[in-house]
Design a protein around this ligand. Sequence first.
Ligand code: S3P
Length: 433
Amino acid sequence: MVKVVSPPERLRGEVSPPGDKSLGHRALIFNALAAGKARVDNFCPGADPLSTLSCLRSLGVSIEYDPGPPPRVEVAGVGGGLQEPTEVLDCGNSATTLRLLAGLLASQPFLAVLSGDASLRSRPVDRVIQPLRLMGAQIWGRAGDRLAPLVVRGGRLKGIDYRLPVASAQVKSALVLAGLWAEGDPYLEEPAPSRDDTERMLRAMGASIESRDSRIHVSPLISPLKPLSSPLPGDISSAAFFLVAGAVHPDASIRLRSVGVNPTRAGVVEVLRRMGANIKIKEGRPLGGEPVADLEVTSSELHGVELGGDIIPRLIDEVPVLAVAAACASGATIIRGAAELRVKEADRIGVMVAGLRRLGADADELPDGMIIRGGRKLHGATVNSHGDHRLAMAFAVAGLVAEGETVIEGAEGVEVSYPAFWQELDRILKRKS
Ligand code: S3P
């Protein structure tokens, strides 16, 4: 599918981004393991959490899904005992589904096969296979244990003390899930803190997980998890597209309602403010242990920044749209320490830099990031998002300020995390009548 975007006269209005995708996966998986029923409102209706939902159904969990609006799920937790699936578990495009379920299934007494679409089958899984094997799991992958499909024959696990080679919430969460049913206490250490949604939600459900700095201690469960019924906050990663749109467009005022602002996720707000963005934050009531706020953004004069180190895991999914902000800022922006972007749904460094250049920006790839020398006037062009949802939405934001028409190929990718994105964008565009 192709979408065409051209600059509107103004951007005005309120947007409620969909429920947080990361929390959606976790609410499904953790509640599936709990003893009792849970209802989760403002569920993320993207294809990724729905992949988790259908895998859990194949594992014998009864889940009702109401697409809404607002979407919601009711999960009847099985209290630990899942069933052997009779078919391959199809994780679609979702690495969170595949990696978290690998950790969970490592302790379950049956065989399961996890696979997904061509993009997912090209993404690394050795990062979960290796530590799970150290815990005693029987788990194999294609291409010398590097790629999916993945085969897991669950069994008894032991706790290990493990330092993750990359700051990855997916790997951390897989090992936490495995650790809940291990003998002996697992300790995990990350090179830098990644999103802590797993720790927060599991604690709210009665698990004992201690973390200090980047070190985490998981105590194996002594009683089943308690179900957690809570609406999900809006996804900061989806809100980010509107934050940048509002900051770079010359006549914009956009309010984003009920957005999750967990500090391990909301690095994008911090960096945009550092770049000079006018963003007001009005804190609201926390939801399910996650801080929530309304964010208001207005047209801003941005300047370039240097990004690297510990901030990167806190905004890893927002780098593509921050690159658009950088192209519209004065001066250079240098992003380093983000090599993980090369193994996301697409190579987000290569594809983003290629697209920005087609739009007239001065951008170069680095092995682990990019340099963008901002300030050049962007012009419309055809850009290919390679089916990656975040790249498609980032290019749409660029199209709001690029002269003429920006044609975005692979626009259907938004289904993965934000199916209503194009309608929401249309709704806040004001054109001359
Ligand atoms: C996610 C973690 C991040 C992120 C992904 C969602 C999660 O991946 O990029 O979109 O829900 O845990 P990594 O853990 O691979 O960094």
